[in-house]
Ligand binder design. Structure first.
Ligand code: HEC
Length: 221
């Protein structure tokens, strides 16, 4: 009998019903790229840092390649990853570049191939993916909406957002205590009171769209 839900039979061409890809969530959680928004900041993405490093682990691959550049839309950004085609294309487009062209040579209008390969950020709200407790640039643990942490175990709480966020305001017990205009978005633990904290975060995008997140009870000991 065919029982594809058993792990041993799962493979790329026969995935059990309801399978979800977690590749993007693991490798590029700050993504996706939008043609009409800047490339997200990936300077703290451990996957990217495996190759792009400060100490030239792979010669020529820098952390600068991962940095957010305010106002530089992805389609205008001279930084192109190895799997990306040239940014500007004219003439007859190789049909293999864009599946949806289906061989239609006249399909490209703007000349910017990203307009056809990437989604638009129009109307997309910036989101908070997770809140983590950091100590000396290392993740100590994930912070839950109701949680307890020891003051000495953390220097900052870091909000990991989607790449569209370009400002995070932090409120503690109703008071605005900090904001950050560049990822990683961090709240110094010194801004938390000993005892119970309601932490509220306003996550805003360059186009002014905003989401609000509330962690009602973070107890600091
Ligand atoms: C396995 C190694 C590896 C990993 C992991 C990796 N890259 Fe790269 N990256 C490369 C190589 C190789 C190039 C091409 C360098 C060249 O063309 O000279 C590159 C180029 C780039 C460029 C273009 C740089 C420029 O100045 O033109 C960007 C942007 C970039 N990568 C972003 C990322 C991001 C974001 C991640 C993580 C999501 C990532 N890379 C992960 C190997 C890697």
């Amino acid at each position: 009998m065919n029982t594809p839900s058993k792990d041993k039979t799962a493979q790329m061409h026969s995935l059990p019903a309801g399978s979800v890809s977690i590749r993007a969530a693991m490798h590029f959680p700050e993504g996706p790229l939008y043609h009409d928004a800047p490339r997200p900041d990936s300077t703290t993405n451990e996957f990217c840092l495996a190759c792009h490093s400060k100490n030239d682990i792979v010669s020529g691959l820098t952390v600068e390649a991962l940095r957010y550049k305010n106002g530089v839309l992805a389609k205008m950004d001279p930084r192109r990853q190895p799997t990306q085609p040239h940014t500007f294309i004219s003439g007859n487009i190789p049909t293999s570049f864009v599946d949806s062209f289906k061989g239609n040579k006249g399909a490209i209008g703007s000349g910017y191939i990203d307009d056809y390969m990437m989604p638009s950020s129009a109307g997309v709200l910036p989101t908070l993916r997770s809140l983590v407790q950091m100590q000396s640039e290392k993740v100590v643990k994930h912070v839950y909406t109701i949680d307890t942490l020891a003051r000495n175990d953390a220097t900052v709480l870091r909000g990991n957002t989607s790449g569209l966020a370009n400002r995070v305001w932090f409120y503690v017990n109703g008071n605005s205590v900090a904001y950050d205009d560049a990822a990683p978005f961090e709240l110094p633990v010194s801004k938390l009171v000993t005892g119970k904290n309601e932490v509220k975060m306003y996550v805003r995008s360059g186009s002014g769209l905003q989401n609000v997140y509330i962690y009602p009870s973070i107890t600091v000991q």
